[in-house]
Design a protein around this ligand. Structure first.
Ligand code: SAM
Length: 481
């Protein structure tokens, strides 16, 4: 059993408000991380200006786009199955064109067109502004490909259309790419070098979201703590910046404060943090502002120093504990979640026990846990044997998930009897009579609807819990409304 982020959203299609002027139909499906879902909103925004309305009916689409993920082999297998389906539909709708976007497009490049001949268009994550030209190419009967990675593309000037949105919470991307070179990870190859987005355009997007009624934003990046704006350019070139650029640069702690101050009634979240880049000033900024949610997603991947080193994670288990201690000291009620990989090459039972004991120390609120999947082109694939048998990877994964469930329950129990502010996101999946929302710690809270409505900040008394959900009753609107 592998837990995948946003499982319920995987493969969901986007539905945009119809523009009567637009005559063509776009069907767009997204897989993988939140960044991909956010990118699909950018793509839909670009294509709305090119005469496309979205459709959720595959059969009637003029253009089918699939925004893909390469992080594990399973993600790619899922997309391949979808491409087969699209090709079957093409037989009854020959005018339909199919394009692959995102990480798989970047990884496989023109292979899709030359060897596999299953798509008409291949577009990497930095090339979406070229879509109008690429679509013209395919309209004229040629295949089209653009997988050039950029040094400065952040799509800061494209206002994403918010699709399938609850109108309450939205994602705002702040960095693109990743420079960390973890040996298991394909992201630096598919999303390119790390670059940060102009804080001014981030603030404008946040302010605009507030005006449209949104109550919560999540600042998104592969490694948000590494955010650094000094007038544009790659993070790795910061050393070459002028003194003036350095003096006026904005780091992640500063950006968080700017966003929190700009919209004091809006909830601010962020994801993902990397322990090696998370500094105390970020935790201090979080503590300073009530509207910055008390939740940190802090992937560790393994509890063994030897494996951390082999993964090129640039911190030790002890340094990670120090960071956790600092978070708990500065923000005692902060929730912390993990990503974990079991069965990385050479992982012994002792390494695995180190992972379990690290989890015992932290007692994470949530976790996203995966069996190691070798990815072509990564350092681990080139230098190491994928030598842990599948059954061992899976057994260790089961043990990690079981322990996480135990810790999840321990953490949710700590909320019992408390009154917590919840932002209502929508109806509960299990009951029409209940609302579902989250507290500051990102734990799902369910409670009877009464007269409250979506987007309200409600104080909820927590009466019961499972390992992942809190159940309670509203005691009134919070001051934040
Ligand atoms: N940038 C974040 C970091 O470095 O911590 C997360 C990036 S990734 C999109 C999300 C998670 O997928 C990772 O934290 C890791 O646990 C998992 N992952 C990445 N590559 C993997 C692989 N080759 N096999 C299994 N899981 C993998």
């Amino acid at each position: 059993m592998e837990k995948i982020i946003d499982e319920s959203q995987q493969g969901s299609t986007l539905a945009l408000e119809k523009d009567e002027k637009n005559g063509r139909k776009l069907y767009i499906e997204s897989y993988g991380c939140q960044m991909n879902f956010s990118d699909s909103e950018i793509v839909a925004s670009i294509l709305a200006k090119e005469g496309f309305n979205t459709t959720q009916e595959l059969q009637e689409a003029d253009l089918v786009l699939v925004n893909t993920c390469s992080i594990r082999e399973k993600a790619e297998v899922t997309v391949r199955k979808r491409l087969e389906k699209f090709n079957a539909v093409k037989k009854t709708n020959p005018g339909m064109k199919v394009g692959v976007l995102g990480c798989m497009a970047e990884r496989l490049k023109s292979k899709f067109l030359e060897e596999e001949k299953i798509v008409d268009m291949v577009v990497g994550p930095d090339a979406y502004k070229d879509l109008p030209n690429l679509i013209q190419e395919i309209d004229e009967g040629r295949n089209a490909v653009n997988v050039i990675l950029s040094k400065d593309e952040t799509y800061g000037d494209v206002a994403p259309v918010r699709l399938n949105s609850n109108g309450v919470s939205a994602f705002v991307s702040i960095t693109r790419g990743c420079d960390n070179m973890c040996t298991f990870c394909v992201v630096p190859f598919t999303r390119g070098r790390e670059r940060s987005r102009d804080p001014q355009s981030i603030l404008e997007e946040v302010n605009d979201l507030w005006k449209k009624g949104f109550k919560e934003v999540t600042l998104l990046g592969q490694n948000v703590d590494s955010y650094l704006w000094y007038g544009g350019g790659l993070k790795k070139d910061f050393e070459k910046a002028t003194d003036m650029q350095k003096a006026t640069s904005v780091n992640f702690a500063k950006l968080l404060e700017l966003v929190a101050q700009a919209q004091p009634k809006m909830r601010i979240r962020f994801s993902t943090s990397n322990p090696q880049d998370m500094t105390l000033d970020v935790i201090e900024s979080m503590a300073k502002y009530d509207n910055i949610c008390k939740y940190i997603h802090l992937p560790v991947q393994s509890g063994s120093n030897r494996i951390l080193k082999a993964m090129n994670r640039l911190h030790t288990r002890e340094e990670y504990f120090e960071l956790i201690d600092n978070i708990r000291r500065i923000i005692p009620d902060c929730a912390i979640s993990q990503d974990m990989i079991t069965g990385f090459p050479t992982e012994t039972e002792e390494d695995h026990q180190d992972t379990l004991s690290l989890m015992e120390y932290v007692k994470y609120d949530f976790g996203f846990m995966f069996a190691y999947s070798e990815r072509p082109g990564t350092l681990a694939e080139r230098k190491m044997d994928d030598d842990i048998p599948e059954e061992t990877k899976k057994r260790r994964l089961r043990e990690v998930i079981e322990l996480q469930q135990k810790h999840g329950l321990y953490r949710t129990q700590q909320h019992l009897g408390k009154i917590e502010e919840v932002l209502i996101e929508g109806p509960s999946k299990k009951s029409d009579a209940h609302w579902m929302g989250r507290n500051s710690q990102n734990t799902v809270v369910v409670f009877p609807k009464e007269t409250y409505t979506i987007g309200d900040f409600v104080n909820v008394k927590i009466n019961e819990c499972t390992s992942a959900t809190l159940i309670g009753e509203a005691v009134g609107l919070s001051e934040n409304n």
